[in-house]
Design a protein around this ligand. Sequence first.
Ligand code: OOG
Ligand code: NI
Length: 468
Amino acid sequence: MPGAFVSTDRIRSLFTEAMSQMYRTEVPQYGTLIELVGEVNAEVLARDQELSERLRRAGELERIDVERHGAIRLGTAEELFTIRRLFAVMGMQSVGYYDLSVAGVPVHSTCFRPVDEAALNINPFRVFTSLLRLELIEDEELRAEAAAILAKRQIYTPRAITLIEQHEKAGGLTEAEAMEFVAEALETFRWHGEATVSAETYKRLHDAHRLIADVVSFKGPHINHLTPRTLDIDEVQRRMPERGITPKAVIEGPPRRNCDILLRQTSFKALEEPIAFTGAAGTTSGTHTARFGEIEQRGVALTAKGRALYDRLLATVRSEVQVGASGAKAGDYDTELTERFKALPDSWDELRREGLAFFHYSASPEGIAARGKLPSDPEILIAKGYLRFDPIIYEDFLPVSAAGIFQSNLGTDQQQNYAMRSNRAAFEEALGADVQDELALYAERQTASLDMAMEKLGLSGLKLKTVA
Ligand code: OOG
Ligand code: NI
């Protein structure tokens, strides 16, 4: 009886809450960061009426407090295949393919997240999910050893697997099953202070790449950060030291602007945590760094045209100013970034008219009242306030930023260039599905909103030049 099933949105919300609780006890600085972000967000909403009104119209106001993204790194194709099925229970699908090997990190990744607007507004929980590319390890013996270690582990509890199968078979889970599923699924993301390998094996894996040691040496893919969304990242970054947290030198992504675009992120360094390694003569103790803290600020999703401009501008800044591991030249970088990005229009209307960003269209109450007497030129409808447009928030990640986050936590010196490049086909084969195209998803939402708005205005079928 389908009526007895709980929604995937509810399961996702329960899971996010459980994950947040777990991470708060595991990493105390996470709790501090959540408090700081909550404080700054409340101040921003109190002082910026326009922003709070816009968020309210977009249905985003309620989600801000629960909005989080996490990240995990998986070791095998089977693990990725099953994580897709696990996330499906919570209404999350694979969107986007990110090749991090170009940045010297031997993984490729996707984002699991909800895709429709209603689900996003209830809880947009996302997980940046990476798959280790063992084929990028040069040393054949070490590669075989790592594969053998990974083949022995089972990162899902038997009960979690049974409940995933139950969801697939029956088409949903009951409330009791959902509660159980959340507790069982959480086990996969838990931190383990005991390694599955000896200190000596860990060291060899670590010497090949720190990330390889992180993925291969443990029982499961511990969640390595859980990021809240802030409405003013510069302010949170400024206040972090007051709470005893040291952020990385520069904020990744675009500069501060009037109209936020894409995603800005900053993180604090990974913790050095005690680890017990296995060994013939009992356990030996050592340390491992994996878990860190991060915050982010989200802005409008860019179209292919807008994104190409963003990528080009960012690339020029990065080639001109290289920020050192210790943060040298961070000031120059910020100045250059602000300067260069003047080439990207900073008003919602210009971004819209030039087809650089995606917007959600709606009929205003005045427009609906004037139905039947409205002009049929969409630009006039907009100018007169009959047709409204609000930014569609970017729900995904940025590979250059992600590489910066990975590197700041791996120690910035570890830059390797891998000869073998992008392999989306192999990723999708392991996943057991195609990754969805994020641009197509934003475009669909934009078109659907415009169609609906025009229908409400009694102008069905009327198009805008910049909306396909
Ligand atoms: C993932 C890093 C990427 C982001 O926000 O871009 C990421 C990882 O370190 O596993 O989370
Ligand atoms: Ni992140």
